[in-house]
Design a protein around this ligand. Structure first.
Ligand code: AHR
Length: 311
């Protein structure tokens, strides 16, 4: 909010407080909103002056935001890269300006790991594996049309984004254990509810005998539920649904029987991020990789967890 003020002038030194520039992906999902709130709340709590920008899911906007943080001479830059590739140039600029960078939530695909200090976030491959493993374990029940095959349609996250690539890989890896399970169609819904709904509508027209939807996040799964209902089918029964995130709307649908299984992805990264930022700015060593702890939920577990779910 004070991005026009003279933060660069008295800047970082003055009262000893840290200025962080954070370049967020956007506001595409319930997960992202919870993540943004966590970052804002914990910056306040830690007394860190946060400059925040929303890139509306566009890499060029994130690059612009990072360049402006470099110009403002912030103490530390954190960002959640919308896609994996194409970051080397801007990260070299930050390095030349001696501003440490922390990757938050999503990784970059760069050979030069000196371009960032640490990467805080989930293991997305493992999330995809957990989703696939549930299907392998529940294969018999998931052959809804009883034709002997479990036909899956996949709603992918943003093309080129780490969670889309890795969840797809992890899922494919896990289901390869059972030759009856196969992904018959796969398309991006850009991690949004609308995207999930539209892609599911077209799958329902183009594909026969869909047994299962694997959506790379809750929002796309919730969009798919709308499309399935509009087609006169019952989500969770006529078509099984597996998603990732476990935000409140997803958990509510899971507890209501409209989703069958959710793999948790924890958006509450703020406290750990502020902690890492303080250390990095103080020149202390930090681990190269900090992996978030997460769990999974079936329908009963969702009903139990819902009343105390924060987001
Ligand atoms: O990078 C994390 C993913 O981004 C979440 O799973 C998804 O909901 C969000 O948009």
């Amino acid at each position: 909010s004070d991005s026009d003020s003279s933060a660069g002038a008295d800047g970082d030194s003055g009262n000893g407080s840290i200025t962080m520039g954070f370049a967020q992906v956007g506001a595409e999902s319930g997960w992202r909103s919870a993540n943004t709130k966590s970052i804002e709340d914990s910056a306040k709590e830690a007394g860190i002056d946060l400059k925040f920008s929303d890139a509306q899911q566009k890499q060029e906007n994130q690059i612009k935001a990072i360049r402006s943080y470099i110009q403002q001479k912030v103490d530390v830059i954190a960002f959640s890269p919308v896609v994996e590739t194409g970051w080397d140039t801007v990260l070299q600029e930050a390095k030349r300006a001696n501003i440490p960078v922390i990757l938050t939530d999503r990784a970059v695909d760069s050979e030069d790991t000196s371009l960032y200090k640490t990467f805080l976030g989930s293991d997305f491959v493992e999330e995809g594996q957990k989703a696939g493993q549930w299907l392998v374990d529940n294969a018999a029940d998931s052959d809804v049309d009883g034709d002997g095959d479990i036909d899956v349609v996949q709603l992918e996250g943003t093309t080129g984004a780490a969670p889309a690539i890795d969840r797809g890989e992890g899922f494919a890896d896990a289901i390869s254990a059972d030759p009856k399970i196969s992904v018959i169609a796969s398309q991006t819904g850009d991690f949004t509810r609308d995207g999930g709904k539209q892609v599911m509508e077209s799958f329902l027209q183009s594909e026969k005998g869909i047994d299962v939807v694997f959506a790379h996040n809750d929002d796309m799964g919730l969009g798919a539920i709308e499309a399935i209902k509009a087609a006169g089918l019952t989500p969770g029964k006529d078509i099984k649904i597996i998603t990732v995130d476990a935000v409140k709307d997803g958990m509510t649908a899971l507890a209501a029987g409209e989703i069958n299984y959710i793999v948790e992805c924890n958006p509450l990264l703020g406290p750990q991020l502020m902690d890492l930022a303080e250390k990095v700015v103080a020149g202390e060593d930090v681990p190269e990789r900090v992996v978030t702890e997460e769990t999974t939920f079936d329908q009963e577990q969702a009903a139990e967890a819902l009343p105390t779910r924060e987001y």
